[in-house]
Design a protein around this ligand. Structure first.
Ligand SMILES: *[C@@H]1O[C@H](CO)[C@@H](O)[C@H](O)[C@H]1NC(C)=O
Ligand SMILES: *[C@@H]1O[C@H](CO)[C@@H](O)[C@H](O)[C@H]1NC(C)=O
Ligand SMILES: *[C@@H]1O[C@H](CO)[C@@H](O)[C@H](O)[C@H]1NC(C)=O
Ligand SMILES: *[C@@H]1O[C@H](CO)[C@@H](O)[C@H](O)[C@H]1NC(C)=O
Length: 612
């Protein structure tokens, strides 16, 4: 059993995806996501599952609270397979709501808590949600869409921290599910029959990802995939019931909800949940809670490296960091400085059919997101390819026979991942009610007639030892603060501003930062000037915080001779440090307005003294 996988893990890296020679039925017996919490609550009711701000929660406590909410949902006539949207913060109420929804066979759909206006409304309407639960702290954002959401049939309720603990929360926006309201409902378990019919090809979760068309796309996660991820990651992380994990990533993200939460649950460990990442509190949290596994995204590691030494940074029990996007150049320094033994870096999209994994214990494979050496290729039939891409069109290059061309070693190209048919784990379940977006992610007849691959949309390269390195995102999105920013969404908002004539949005590299910062090149209408503070107000009202451009550049023309794409590529490559003299100064976001960006500002950023 699991020979390929274990051998791969032992080698220090793995391809996490379709064909670890595991019997399919092991993974596919049950809709694990739905059953896991119920099982644990029965088997170990008094075990502490969650620690939040110093308070412990046993399985029994979470189970009882989610039972009540589940009975309330049933009383609202929620049926198995209905979609319920939740916009909740990192707080025990997130788990209570998630399991309440899952245990009655309904489908939780996690809303990014930065959203408001059109993007938020879109998330509710695209999933046809009957019920939307939001934490009172997001009331102002929800107020921007409440009326329209109701008009399209969504019932809105406040449920979250204030409603759970002080019971005092009321407002005019929505009925609040206070403890008093919920006390009318029983806290015994809901009937097994509600989930009995749920199979592995049913939808387990919807997670929204930024689309190239602007608005978020709801990525479908079927139980088969969730099972595969939970099981595979549990093994690869090496986590056991004696481990304590630390999650400060937003729970609406797949890393937090699939990985941190479900791995911990699966192995029976304890999860320490933080409201959000705090560089000042981090080592205290790790030390005080005896945390052994930290779930990261790349920028968090960078922030930790940039801060002054902390008295606990070498006195903790942390042995493993598990996550995605640690900047390649800091791995060895990170391990040396903080004395962490293992860096488990994975690469994979929320919705992708597979990914890669590098369990790194020494300098040898530092910086790689995966290892795909000859031994692994013997155990696991090859499913990952890196193919040549036209740098301007950012589309695969086809040869004279119509097939894609695989890259040579060390040559950057797009990673594509082979897909399995319905019911397999290496699947792409598509986007909910969005066939156009779904078909854009699929490439057929890539390397031979009849094959089907998932397009990751990412540029990677592999060296001759089989180490895989992440380089950049392709296409019309870029990553910033671990969110995907869709350039078209930003462009549309910028273009609505009255004095803007033409605009071009892209992401630029900034020293000491992970991902790309948003930059907008502008041409203004004749005889107008930009009121920077007002422009910022406009942007921040209509865009999530992470999508508001950091830099503005005024350009004389959008270069009509070249294509729009060529233009974008040129601007993107010029970034913030190679902008021609006659287009200076560029401006940057500071204190809710834009001010000239100086050489001194650049130096501060480069020296790690200014965090964007
Ligand atoms: C839960 O309790 C209610 C009454 O409080 C009862 O009607 C119902 O059958 C119970 N449900 C289960 C699954 O035992
Ligand atoms: C952490 O471990 C120490 C001893 O190893 C123990 O005394 C302490 O109670 C533990 N703290 C928590 C929060 O588990
Ligand atoms: C999907 O693509 C087709 C053909 O390109 C187009 O006509 C249709 O409007 C698109 N649908 C959506 C929802 O974008
Ligand atoms: C404008 O387009 C031309 C032709 O494609 C190209 O050579 C030139 O570098 C472009 N200029 C800018 C500023 O992008």
């Amino acid at each position: 059993m699991a020979l390929g996988l274990l051998a791969a893990a032992a080698l220090g890296g793995a391809y996490l995806g379709s064909k670890y020679s595991v019997k399919n039925d092991l993974i596919q017996l049950r809709a694990v996501g739905t059953a896991l919490m119920k099982d644990k609550a029965k088997a170990t009711p008094d075990r502490v599952f969650l620690i939040f701000e110093g308070r412990s929660y046993t399985f029994r406590q979470i189970e009882l609270a989610s039972n009540r909410l589940a009975h309330w949902l049933l009383a609202q006539n929620v049926k198995p397979k209905d979609i319920i949207c939740i916009m909740l913060q990192n707080h025990p109420t997130f788990y209570i709501a998630m399991w309440a929804i899952m245990k009655i066979g309904a489908i939780p759909s996690f809303i990014n808590t930065n959203l408001q206006e059109d993007a938020l409304l879109h998330c509710l309407t695209v999933s046809n949600t009957k019920i939307f639960l939001f934490d009172p702290m997001y009331e102002n954002q929800v107020a921007t869409i409440a009326e329209k959401a109701r008009a399209s049939g969504t019932n809105i309720y406040a449920y979250g921290e204030a409603t759970e603990y002080d019971g005092e929360y009321t407002n005019s926006l929505a009925l609040a599910l206070t403890p008093k309201v919920l006390s009318a409902y029983p806290d015994n378990d809901t009937s097994e029959s509600l989930i009995r019919g749920i199979g592995i090809t049913d939808v387990a979760l919807l997670i929204y990802t930024s689309g190239t068309t602007g608005l978020p796309k709801a990525a479908i996660v079927q139980h088969a995939r969730l099972n595969g991820i939970i099981w595979g990651s549990s093994v690869l992380s090496g986590m056991t019931k004696d481990d304590t994990s630390y999650c400060c990533l937003p729970l609406y993200h797949s890393s937090a909800v699939y990985m941190a939460t479900h791995i911990t649950l699966n192995v029976g460990g304890t999860l320490v949940l933080a409201r959000k990442f705090s560089v000042t509190r981090f080592w205290d949290d790790i030390y005080n809670n005896n945390v052994t596994i930290f779930f990261y995204i790349g920028e968090l590691c960078r922030y930790l490296m940039n801060r002054d030494p902390h008295p606990y940074e070498n006195k903790h029990k942390l042995h493993t960091c598990f996550g995605n996007g640690m900047p390649p150049e800091i791995w060895n320094q990170f391990r040396a400085r903080f004395g962490v033994k293992n860096i488990c870096e994975f690469y994979g999209a929320t919705e992708g059919p597979g990914g890669t994994f590098n369990l790194n214990k020494n300098e040898h494979s530092a910086g790689a997101v995966g290892y795909y050496g000859p031994l692994i290729r013997t155990f696991i039939r090859s499913d990952i390819k890196i193919i040549k891409i036209d740098p301007i069109k950012e589309e695969p290059i086809r040869d004279k026979n119509g097939f894609c061309i695989e890259c040579n070693y060390d040559e950057p190209g797009e990673m594509i991942i082979g897909m399995q048919a319905q019911g397999g784990r290496a699947r792409f379940d598509g986007y909910y009610k969005n066939n156009n977006a779904t078909s854009k992610k699929i490439i057929q007849n890539a390397l031979k007639k009849g094959d089907v691959y998932f397009r990751t949309g990412d540029l990677l390269k592999m060296n001759k030892d089989g180490m895989i390195y992440f380089l950049d995102r392709l296409g019309d999105t870029f990553r910033w603060h671990s969110e995907n920013v869709a350039t078209t969404e930003v462009s549309q908002v910028v273009a609505r501003y009255p004095s803007v004539a033409e605009t071009n949005v892209y992401g630029v590299k900034v020293p000491n930062h992970v991902g790309r910062a948003g930059m907008v090149s502008l041409i203004l209408r004749p005889n107008t000037q930009l009121d920077f503070a007002d422009f910022y107000q406009h942007l921040s009202k209509h865009l999530p915080k992470y999508a508001v451009p950091i830099f503005i550049r005024f350009v004389p023309s959008m270069n009509i001779t070249g294509t729009f794409k060529q233009q974008k590529t040129t601007f993107r490559d010029q970034g913030i440090d190679k902008v021609p003299e006659n287009e200076q100064p560029i401006y940057w976001l500071k204190d809710k307005t834009y001010v000239p960006f100086t050489v001194e500002d650049y130096d501060q950023i480069a020296a790690g003294k200014h965090k964007l």
